[in-house]
Design a protein around this ligand. Structure first.
Ligand SMILES: [Zn+2]
Length: 94
């Protein structure tokens, strides 16, 4: 169980933060261990969590939550898709 930080970011900010974290992750592998450790701590404190899984509506191509049973745009019924596992425990069916 991750410790959630008290910080609240907008979805857009979280998406941007994830991209930044990803970029630095790529570059920091050559950095000294002390810097890598500090970075790992920072990422942990940010506690961004996994990216929300999305899907495209086959009818209108609106991108919505993967777990949704209806499109939020055109309200078409969507078939259930299995959530992609990224090693993070998936919440039970809502
Ligand atoms: Zn739709």
């Amino acid at each position: 169980m991750r410790i959630m930080s008290n910080a609240h970011y907008s979805d857009a900010a979280v998406t941007k933060l994830r991209a930044i974290v990803h970029t630095i992750d790529q570059e920091i592998s050559h950095a000294p261990p002390t810097l890598r450790a500090a970075w790992a701590e920072l990422v942990d404190v940010l506690a961004l969590g996994p990216a929300a899984q999305t899907r495209e509506c086959p009818a209108c191509h609106n991108v919505g939550m993967r777990a949704a049973s209806r499109c939020g745009h055109c309200w078409a019924a969507l078939e259930r898709l299995p959530l992609v596992s990224d090693g993070t425990p998936v919440q039970g069916d809502a």
